[in-house]
Design a protein around this ligand. Sequence first.
Ligand code: SF4
Length: 303
Amino acid sequence: MQFYLNNSSTKYLGCTLRYKRIVVDGCKLPRKSKPELLGGSLFHAMMAEVDDRHDFNYFTVVKKPVHWDEVNGNLAVRYAMLADKIYTEHPEWFKDCRREQVCEFPVTTIEVTNDKGEKIGVAVHYNFTPDLMYYDAEDDCVVIRDYKTTGKPINGDLFTKYALESQPFFYQLGLIWASIIVGNPLDLPPHWIKAILNERVKFGYVFINATVGESGQVVVQPLRFVDTNVLNRYRQDLSEKMQLAATLHIKPELASKEGIFTDACTYCEFRNVCAMNDPDREDMAMKHWPLGFKTYDPRIKEL
Ligand code: SF4
C-alpha cells in the first residue's frame, strides 16, 4: 500500500472527506477552463523549454498536449513573450539548473492497524515538481523559483497571500529528505547536496500577469532563506498529516465533514453533494460522480 503526498494533497487534508474523495477514491476534478488558467499552464510549459534559439516558437516547443482551441491566442503570444523576457533578463538562472524536475521518492512507511487488528504498512511517496531550481555559486546555495501566473494586479495582497503558502517548506524539506534519507534519488551534483544539507536553500516566487498593458508584467520576489525554526514546526505538522493520510487510506470510513468548520467548503468541488445533508443520497451522488474517477497521481499534469 502506498500513496503520494504533495503540497496540494496536504491542503486537501483540511477536510478529511475532501481528501478521501480526491486522493483515496480518485474523483476527478474539473479541468481548468478559463483562458487565464490555461495560459498559465502553457506559460509553465514554455518556461520548461525556453532557450536562446532565435526560432523559439511556443507552438512547437510545448511538448504536452494543449487544448489550443480554449487558449486565447493573444494571451498565449503574450505569455510566450514574457517567457522569453525572463529567460533573456536572467540568463544566470538557467546555467546550472533543473526545470520542472519531478521529485518523487518514498520517505517513510507508516503502520496503521485496520479493523481486523492487522498492522498494515503504508509507504509515503513524497512528490513535488519545482518550476526551476538552480545553483547560485556566488552565494553557495540552491535556489527554488516558482512561477505564479495571475490575472489579478501584482501587489501587496498577492504577496501576503503567498507569504502564507506552505510550498517553500514542502519543497525544502523534500530536498533535505531526498539528500539524507533516500540517498540522492534526484541525482543532484555534490555541490547542490552540500548546500542543501547546510540548509542553504533560497525560495522566491516570480509573479507573471500577461493581461495588463501591452507587454504584461513580471515581478521577481526577492529570494529568502527558508527559516529553520518555521521549517522545524512545519516538519512536525507534516508528520502528523502523513499519519492522518495513511490512516485515511486504510480506514476511509473515518473521513468526516471538517470543512464545515473552516472555509474549505467555499471553493470545494463537492459542496453540492455535501449540501444534501443526507448520507445515503450523498453516497449515491458520489458513486455517480459525473467527472469520473482516476487513480490520484500528482506526477501527471494536464494542460
Ligand atoms: S464541501 Fe466541505 S465538508 Fe464537503 S468535502 Fe468539501 S470541504 Fe469537506
